[in-house]
Design a binder for this molecule. Structure first.
Ligand code: CTP
Ligand code: MG
Length: 231
């Protein structure tokens, strides 16, 4: 059944989905590859659309696949699909430009985090709504982290207690994200990084293990198991 978005919602979600998926190995663009029989992007959009505050979803698709992505998502939820760019940052900028007037909270969410629960979309949006200009979901780092130099020689051990692994959706007051993208220089892989460069404070909220980024074949296998277990 096609989800309905909330016409009184205050959240637009941008979904960069135009990457190739090189680290997943040869095949279709990553967002279009199947997970338990459905493309990653379908899993991602279904969960975003289930978040009650979402008013608008804009997907940045591989340029050659815009029409097929529109057709693929039509039964899932009402979404706008635009062609993405060569870098993730360009894909996000293209999606941001397609957000209609209205939503004042903008979330940026990787299609590759296909099993992200709707509750995380809501909690990030709620933190922005409560007054934070920029919000990122994070998890503690569990492994010991070493800094390594030439010849794989260990230079030192990093204090793990001050480190966080960053996920998406990342949430922003709309004007803050728009200004950060307008001022953007070298492409970055995360939007909070652009906002940090503007001197805007970024705050962390608890992330979710289910928001893992499907990057390598192992992640895809893990996601299959999580889905089978009810994710
Ligand atoms: N992305 C995008 N446009 C790009 C590059 C990436 O929209 N030019 C999107 C991807 O589709 C993904 C998200 O950004 O949903 C996070 O990127 P990543 O996990 O690196 O995906 P890929 O770039 O597809 O993977 P790889 O780096 O292994 O090629
Ligand atoms: Mg990439």
């Amino acid at each position: 059944m096609t989800a309905q978005l909330n016409p009184r919602g205050d959240v637009a979600v941008l979904v960069p989905a135009a990457g190739a998926g090189v680290r997943l190995g040869p095949g279709a663009p990553k967002a279009l590859r199947p997970l338990a029989g459905e493309p990653l992007l379908v899993h991602a959009v279904r969960r975003i659309a289930a978040a009650p505050a979402v008013h608008t979803i804009v997907v940045a698709a591989p340029a050659a696949d815009v029409e097929s992505v529109r057709a693929m998502l039509a039964p899932v939820a009402p979404v706008t699909v635009v062609p993405g760019g060569a870098e993730r940052q360009a894909s996000v900028a293209a999606a941001l430009a397609a957000v209609p007037a209205g939503p004042e909270i903008v979330l940026v969410h990787d299609a590759a985090r296909a099993l992200t629960p709707p509750e995380l979309v809501e909690s990030v949006a709620a933190a922005v709504r409560s007054g934070h200009d920029a919000v990122i979901p994070v998890l503690p780092v569990v492994d010991t982290i070493k800094e390594v130099g030439a010849g794989e020689r260990v230079l030192g051990t990093v204090d793990r207690s001050a480190l966080r692994a960053v996920q998406t959706p990342q949430g922003f007051r709309r004007s803050v994200l728009t200004a950060a993208h307008a001022a953007a220089g070298d492409p970055l892989t995360d939007d909070a990084g652009l906002v940090e460069k503007q001197g805007v404070p970024v705050v962390c909220v608890p992330g979710s293990e289910h928001a893992l980024k499907i990057t390598r074949p192992f992640d895809l296998a893990l996601a299959e198991h999580l889905l089978a277990a009810g994710a």
